[in-house]
Design a binder for this molecule. Sequence first.
Ligand code: WTA
Length: 654
Amino acid sequence: MNDKTIDSILEETRQFPPSKESSTGANITKEELEQLKKQASDDYEGFWAQLAKENLYWFKEFTTVLNEENAPNYEWFGDGEINVSYNCLDKNVESSPNKTAIIFEAENGDTRRISYKELLEEVSLFANGLLSLGVETGDRVIIYMPMSPEAVVAMQACARIGAIHSVVFGGFSSNALKDRIDDAKAKIVITADGAFRGGKTIPLKQATDNALKDWNHSIEHVIVLKRTGESVSILEGRDLWWKDLIKNQNKESTPVPLSSEHPLFILYTSGSTGKPKGIQHSSGGYLLHAKMTFKWIFDIKDSDVFWCTADVGWVTGHTYVTYGPLAAGATILIYEGAPTYPHGGRFWEICEKHQVSLFYTAPTAIRALMKLGDDIPNKYDLSNLRLLGTVGEPINPEAWMWYHTVIGKEKCPIVDTWWQTETGAAMISPLPGVTATKPGSCTQALPGISVDIVDEGANPVNQPNKGGYLVIKKPWPSMLRTIWGDNERYIETYWEKFDNKYYVAGDSANMDQDDFFWIMGRIDDVLNVSGHRLGTMEVESALVAHPDIAEAAVVGMPHEVKGEGIFAFVVTKGERPLGAMKNEVTETLRSWVSDQVGPIAKPDEIRFSDNLPKTRSGKIMRRLLRSIAKGEEITQDVSTLEDESIIKQLQQNE
Ligand code: WTA
């Protein structure tokens, strides 16, 4: 099996040139792409300045484009004034007030359509509500909500008044929520009584209450959307219902002109140490690249229905649900629930029902749906689809081909978009009217984006198929500005490796003979589980927080559906559990981690041993653990190991 997979990757020479349909009338043609690339290389700042002027509305035009004075803390359009929500809503209401902004599909099949005009009204009511609670420009607001139009309303309302939102994925536990509230020193939490998912409800308000219990936090109010109708406790004076907050508010609100550099949001993401990093994004630069990439990559047309399946708790749900598409005046679809509920064809049923034309999802979902067989998608009319996208992790050629043939019926270009929470928007991606795609490659950098692969000495790796560090060589408008409250960590994590010259993405990659990029994976201790980033340290910290656990080491292992699974090696404080006891402790630890971080962090496999393999200087031998997790033969030198017998224990799973 392994040999076969390796072979098929090595043989991956298939190429799919853009079809006539996708290149005719594309937002970017071959000539335009060449023109854009030329402009960017002739006059980098001029290129971005022109796009910013043509594509965004500025309350006050900028006079400086890129400020490098405090590099690597770059600034873009810094003296310009802008309002993100004005660009997403008011501008579109002026031109097409009745165009549908959001189609909402509830898990139970109910549908709601919201026009741009209605969306602006809802955002204004809610923005005024926030103001009435004393929320000021620069205050932090946590959004811990189900996938819903209201999540978008909450984000846009914050943007309107200059409050900095930090969306926390609804699948995270109260502990994870608490850490984020604490780090951001937030004033408000916006949540719901609960969320529907997979036929069950997730008690979000209860998790919020737990997060706020017993400590001296900064939260003044909790706003609660009624969604599931289950009973929740309301703390008088602190908590209030969404509908009561907006009841007597004005339907109009003034968008606040903000510096282009004003932080639009903080989004926490995992790094190689235990503490999540608050990635801070800007207003003008972020919105520019979100909007441009949306138009270029998804080739949006007025009649399209765009569905990005990502939750708003992740960066994809920021850039390609809330900001990019709305700035471009598109119609988006938001689905509340689980991909396979109540049946395996739910995604395809939604595509048919709402005539989705552009569909953007993650490899893990594609693999999961592929496993259910072709008969399921074949039952639905997918003829409206004209473009498919993928993001979050490398897509294996097999899943790519399935997406291409069974879902795209060999007529939809596939855009494999490489980017990160930190980059704000897509950086490497095919353009559907121009780029010939190859299964598994995210192809080439977008106009104005300068990506390369370098070795330890920062020299470009010019050899085809040779791996190296993926770096970005020039600052770009939607780049992260810093890590919230920790600029040193920002510099250390992303810049120091190559003397602050290049942004280091943390991925390894190679380029083939056509200069196409192939992402190989993370180079740090970050796992990519179902397209979601998790630090090994986060899971380790959660494990050792359990009273019975002395030590833990976590590594990734290949997983058929999730891409990467979580493999934990654990040393208990008492006797090493054996037999039935082992299963019991395994289950206890799995749900413990789920409570501490969230269900996505649950280890797939746990192995117990009397000790962890360490070098004589006390370092855990992670490479060795990775080999054991993969079931590989141990070929590395173990002579530095303190106790060699540990290896047998770990391998044999006794
Ligand atoms: C990985 C998601 C291969 C990569 C937008 C990156 C990908 C991390 C791709 C960022 C892709 C994302 N091909 N790998 N098309 N897209 N990745 O911050 O390792 O959740 O560094 O942002 O996902 O994950 P994040």
